[in-house]
Design a protein around this ligand. Structure first.
Ligand SMILES: [Zn+2]
Length: 318
């Protein structure tokens, strides 16, 4: 590709049908609204990737790492299936590597047998992956998915409802108070949720699942069987009490996809979890000096140059 071509994001390369000519069956309207945005290495990558409205029409490939990469050949999870519904459709973040889409369809299919009517699916990735204009450091290579801890209702939600409905927190109360009870609210948390996460964590395609430490504790208590190996995949993390986050391992077809190191051995229900449930990570150490504003260090957005070089081709492919 010439450098001139590479420096400009072109519209979807579909020949404009001649006047009066029949529109070919495979005609697709331009899918990128970022035409003529010049690609500059020093510019925030999220501006470019956030402007992409359609996938890069290439062979499916996750490129780079979960929080620094992009996606070729993205596939959309259909907005509704028999046992799933995608939320926040306006965000256009229901894209992923085909393996992620298959995984979600499989999990959704298994849900009813676990006592869970179906999935409400949150963000996956943008059509071409990459950093987003809001939220999420990861979700960049089409292998991450947020699944709500709220059960799918017994009807198809309207587009508007999918924008408006809020997920429900599983926590008893705030985590950042001294001696807080950092556990799940038994009025909200159910074994069906535990079974759903266990099913996801037991899937060979899954590398990690992120949940609130309170949920991790509930899962540690839930498993009464001898085989606790699935618990290793479930990791305590900040947030993640409205939804759980599934991360797949790099698919075989994805050269240049970087796996994370596997989680430490063991079920993760011991010392590490005790730490997560203590005041230590949550309660600020020093009392704030009155009148002295806390310094907020704003992180600079990731520049386009920080991504793998092939991500530029993902932006210009059409
Ligand atoms: Zn997430």
């Amino acid at each position: 590709m010439s450098s001139a071509a590479a420096s400009v994001i072109r519209t979807w390369a579909v020949p404009v049908p001649a006047r009066k000519a029949k529109v070919p069956a495979n005609y697709r309207a331009p899918r990128s609204n970022a035409k003529h945005l010049a690609l500059r290495d020093d510019q925030p990558a999220k501006v470019y990737f956030g402007a992409m409205t359609g996938p890069a029409p290439l062979k499916a490939r996750s490129i780079g790492s979960y929080a620094k990469g992009c996606l070729a050949g993205g596939t959309a999870l259909p907005a509704s299936g028999a046992t799933w519904q995608v939320m926040r459709l306006s965000r256009n973040r229901n894209w992923g590597h085909p393996e992620l889409i298959r995984f979600l369809e499989d999990l959704a299919q298994d849900a009813p047998a676990l006592g869970w009517r179906g999935l409400l699916v949150g963000d996956l990735a943008q059509p071409r992956g990459g950093p987003m204009l809001s939220g999420h450091a990861s979700h960049q290579i089409g292998l991450d998915a947020d699944i709500w801890l709220t059960e799918m209702p017994n009807r198809t939600l309207t587009r508007q409802e999918r924008e408006d409905i809020s997920a429900v927190s599983m926590l008893k109360g705030p985590m950042d108070i001294k001696n807080a009870d950092r556990s799940v609210d038994p009025r909200k948390w159910t074994d069906s949720r535990a079974r759903l996460i266990k099913r996801a964590a037991s899937d060979k395609r899954v590398a990690r699942i992120f949940v609130s430490p309170a949920i991790k504790k509930a899962l540690c208590d839930f498993e009464k069987g001898r085989d606790r190996s699935w618990l290793r995949t479930v990791r305590p993390w900040w947030g993640h009490h409205y939804h759980f986050h599934v991360r797949l391992a790099c698919p075989k077809d994805s050269k240049g996809c970087k796996n994370q190191n596997p989680p430490p051995p063991g079920d993760g229900c011991g010392k590490q979890l005790t730490y997560w449930l203590s005041d230590e990570p949550w309660v600020p150490k020093k009392p704030k000096t009155p009148g002295k504003p806390t310094k907020v260090v704003k992180k600079k957005p990731m520049a386009l140059a920080a991504l793998p070089p092939s991500c530029k081709q993902i932006l210009t492919a059409n």
